[in-house]
Design a protein around this ligand. Sequence first.
Ligand code: FAD
Length: 347
Amino acid sequence: MPASPLIIVGGGQSGLAAAHAAAQRGVRPLILDAAEGPGGSWPHYYDSLTLFSPARFSALPGRALPGAPDRYPHRDEVVDYLRAYAAGLDADIRYRRRVRCVTAGSAGFAVATSTGERFTGTALVAATGGFSRPHRPEIPGLDAFTGTVLHTADYRAPEPFAGQRIVVVGGGNSGVQIAAELAGVARVTLATRTPVAWQNPRILGRDVHWWFVRTGLDAAPLRRLWQKGPTLVNDRGRYRAAFASGNPDRRGMFTRLEGEKVQWADGGVERVDTVILATGYRPALDYLEDTGALDPNRAPLHRGGVSTTVPGLGYVGLEFQRGFASATLRGVGRDARYVLRRLGVRG
Ligand code: FAD
């Protein structure tokens, strides 16, 4: 097979946005994805998940999400949308191809997959998200905890936890939503280092994402500001009301786990059945290890999504890659266009 002008690793929303940007530059890319089919990681997110942004601010370039633009779509609608989006692209998409290893040379990239195939490309975009690398923070006693520990990546629905005492760790959108949902069947505490930073999704009658886009607040120069600030949790009142009811409640982060117990900062000790880590994800880029693209923590060395150490290599979908919206449905299109232009991809 001749070298492709562009190989995209990962066929979720970030990979599809990169493929759309490639098509606009006259290039038909090759997409290699480990999954069985389209949708990226969306089919694996928890069952009750609805988007934090309305449909009109949750679309990839060139195709609107169907239905009323101001509603907050359900997870399954995003899966259907990404399926239709992939079908409408002019791209060679190959599923069930996990990229194991990439090597970089003067002629471009050689890519080895789990199927034993080898593909070559002039440029390469890594768009593999972080779902396969859930972040487990260092918590004293976590490894020896005798209860159940799981990451939100493994959480689907509340029923299996009925009657339990549960601590959810992490004050972002997932932690808050899962804690509130579990409180319907269990007694739940959300443990966070700082109070939850609530965000009203409507300001002066407009969705907050309208303001982000209109004011340019999520644009590149403010990246560091967003990165340092707390994660904003969207709430139309439902979650604040749930916490006001006392179940779930919120407490400062516990100091350690011991056996089956949690030790709280005020010295109190309590038996807990399950600890759920709502502590986010890290970029899953191990396949780039041999290229020199990663730092010792396996994080990509890049500026705005363009590798600073490997010519021809770019990224789409990294958190805060260029701004606040970089790792979201509405943000990946803008970043993809920028990265492909900077890589010089053209037909
Ligand atoms: P993924 O969806 O993870 O797709 C990566 C793809 O790469 C997968 O198909 C995978 O099979 C493939 N892959 C991985 N490794 C390899 C490999 N080695 N070789 C080949 N293929 C590989 N964003 C919003 O805009 N609105 C929201 O409301 C929203 N809610 C979210 C809720 C949760 C719980 C989470 C976790 C995220 C949410 N996001 C939201 C953020 C973001 O939009 C999603 O995480 C989205 O799935 C990221 O898309 P992606 O394409 O970058 O990565």
